[in-house]
Design a protein around this ligand. Sequence first.
Ligand SMILES: O=c1ccn([C@@H]2O[C@H](COP(=O)(O)OP(=O)(O)O[C@H]3O[C@H](CO)[C@@H](O)[C@H](O)[C@H]3O)[C@@H](O)[C@H]2O)c(=O)[nH]1
Ligand SMILES: O=C(O)[C@H](O)COP(=O)(O)O
Length: 325
Amino acid sequence: MNDGWFERHTRHCTEWTPRHLVELKRDTGTTVSLVVPARDEEATVGSIVSRVREELVERFPLLDEIVVMDSDSTDATAREAAGAGARVHRTVDVRPDLGHHRGKGEALWKAQFVTHGDILVFLDADLVEWDTHFVSGLLGPLLEEPRVELVKAFYDRVLDREDARPTHEGGRVTELVARPTIALRWPELSGIIQPLSGEWAIRRSLLRELPVPVGYGVELATLVDTHLSRGVDAIAQVGMGRRGHHHQSLHGLGAMATELLAVADRRAGAGPGADTVELHQYGTGGKTMTTEVGVVERGPASRVGPPPAGHGTGAQLAGEVAGRC
Ligand SMILES: O=c1ccn([C@@H]2O[C@H](COP(=O)(O)OP(=O)(O)O[C@H]3O[C@H](CO)[C@@H](O)[C@H](O)[C@H]3O)[C@@H](O)[C@H]2O)c(=O)[nH]1
Ligand SMILES: O=C(O)[C@H](O)COP(=O)(O)O
């Protein structure tokens, strides 16, 4: 790890009040887009959008837009998000001329074509223990320090188990894949407390120059590529307290881990040649489960030309609630 990086670049959300951040935003003339990627999150997305809108648009004008990227949901995610005041775009409808992939990274990559802020802040849609400082706190280092280009949230993670009291052993892929990968390949990044946190903020000028894996590799890729292209001093992290979210099954996390390893291999010059990898897992009695794991990466958005004549960036869903978002 770089000497002194941790001390210089580790901050806490209590260092800034929302009022102070509004002043910094105004003084620097910076615009901010909040992007919430959501696949089948009807249970939580509405309350997340409402809470952020009330606090960080209406009470403290920090966000210039709140955009929910509906990532192939089959439930009422879009309706809930629009009803709560977000602008909703279905990922598949954004720049249809560029094709479509399933996955969180695809939603974030396409968000670049339907948002306008100088800074993009990402917030997961499945949070159950969180508050709006997860968004505002990320802005502190970016509004204060021009050299900082990527800010990651960190927190204590809770793994709620039915058979036990809540423990702080959440983050299974973080501990078993991300941290060991970082230790082996990019030890300079080992001071990042939550390398996979879904809450992060980045300058658009940087994100548009980076490749974006279409799936769950997006966080690891962005972290590593920022380090490789801008240096570790372009990265900061902000402590947010505790975070609780919905947990995937161990088998689901196996697919995520495969995506992360593909990102790491690619950056070490040994990436998978194919767009998908077949992952074999085994259930009770050796029952085979085969999953096609997508490991495609989108090229930098800066290299994407305008849509063909007659095509827009993609329709926004009806039902938007008018307002500042
Ligand atoms: O195809 C997808 C899958 C997920 N999501 C959304 O992405 C967010 C995070 O997805 P989730 O399945 O909850 O991820 P986790 O299991 O919590 O994984 C952690 O690790 C991932 C890999 O780095 C990060 O992307 C996550 O943000 C982080 O919370 C949620 O809002 C999802 O609805 C999509 O938009 N499209
Ligand atoms: O970050 C991670 O490792 C994944 O989100 C899994 O987290 P969990 O073990 O808390 O479900």
